[in-house]
Design a protein around this ligand. Structure first.
Ligand code: NAP
Length: 243
């Protein structure tokens, strides 16, 4: 797919991996809509930078814990450059919690942002896409779905369900829409994560280091360019899923 001028929505696109996805897509001349929750300043700066370099970009805010706001987001995004043809679900929350300690509130917030919001966005994506138009959905999941470990029960459960959703949707949305996933391993430590702990996890992978957001964007561009892959997952994790 030639993505020049193609409208793309990246959720959680203001910072970190989401921002790298936005930058890579803008670099390929897509028209990028940068969704943000609270990081308005970063989203607007990124969008302005793209426009300054001759690209097309806009920003849109929505709290993805709210089903109403998640459902409305796609239509808002389509108001900038026309119907969204590529959806990248990157926004997520990642908070630690053992099974015994996880409150219903923590459970609900992980499911809302990491599973229900992508589900609603995917539904609205299909509804707004004109008939017989190619579309692509890329869900950013997590290597942890392959090797679940203790400590993030709500996060892991939501991401595992997102992988199931990806595979079912790939079949139901075919043949015009391809639905794929990327499963990062240790790319960036979470803002509240202990740096030494992150380094230890990264060093324990077969490739013995952390990855970079650009490792994720290479997989993203590959999946967007591919015309015969759907329901697939690419693990960009230094081999972490093998250990
Ligand atoms: N970092 C890693 O090494 C790693 C590893 C495995 C998987 N992943 C996955 O890769 C993706 C990107 O990772 P990341 O570390 O870059 O993500 P992140 O920084 O933890 O979060 C990305 C964005 O999600 C948005 N978000 C969270 N809650 C929201 C809400 N209620 N409403 C709207 N937006 C909300 C935030 O936007 P605002 O700042 O605008 O509020 C945030 O900037 C995620 O899906 C993550 O699970 C990352």
């Amino acid at each position: 797919m030639d993505i020049r001028g193609v409208p793309v929505l990246v959720t959680g696109g203001s910072k970190r991996i989401g921002a790298a996805c936005v930058a890579a897509l803008a670099n390929s001349k897509a028209s990028v809509i940068v969704h943000y929750g609270s990081s308005k300043k970063e989203a607007e700066a990124l969008s302005a930078q793209i426009r300054h370099s001759g690209g097309e970009a806009a920003t849109v805010q929505a709290n993805l814990e709210s089903a109403e706001e998640a459902s409305a987001l796609m239509q808002q995004a389509g108001g900038f450059f026309g119907p969204v043809q590529i959806l990248v679900n990157s926004a997520a929350i990642f908070k630690p919690g053992l099974f015994a300690d996880t409150s219903l509130t923590q459970w609900h917030e992980h499911l809302a942002v990491n599973l229900t919001a992508p589900f609603l966005l995917m539904q609205e994506f299909v509804r707004q896409l004109p008939d017989r138009t190619l579309g692509k959905i890329i869900n950013i999941i997590d290597q942890r779905i392959t090797r679940p470990r203790p400590g993030h029960i709500a996060y892991n459960s939501a991401k595992s369900a997102l992988w199931t959703l990806t595979q079912v949707a790939a079949q139901e949305m075919a043949p015009w829409i391809q639905v794929n996933a990327i499963a990062p391993g240790p790319i960036l430590p979470a803002p509240d994560q202990d740096g030494d702990g992150f380094a230890a996890v990264a060093n324990a992978t077969p490739l013995a280091r952390s990855g970079s957001p650009e490792d994720i964007t290479k997989a993203l561009i590959f999946l967007i360019e591919q015309e015969y892959i759907t329901g697939e997952i690419i693990r960009v994790d230094g081999g972490e899923h093998l250990i």
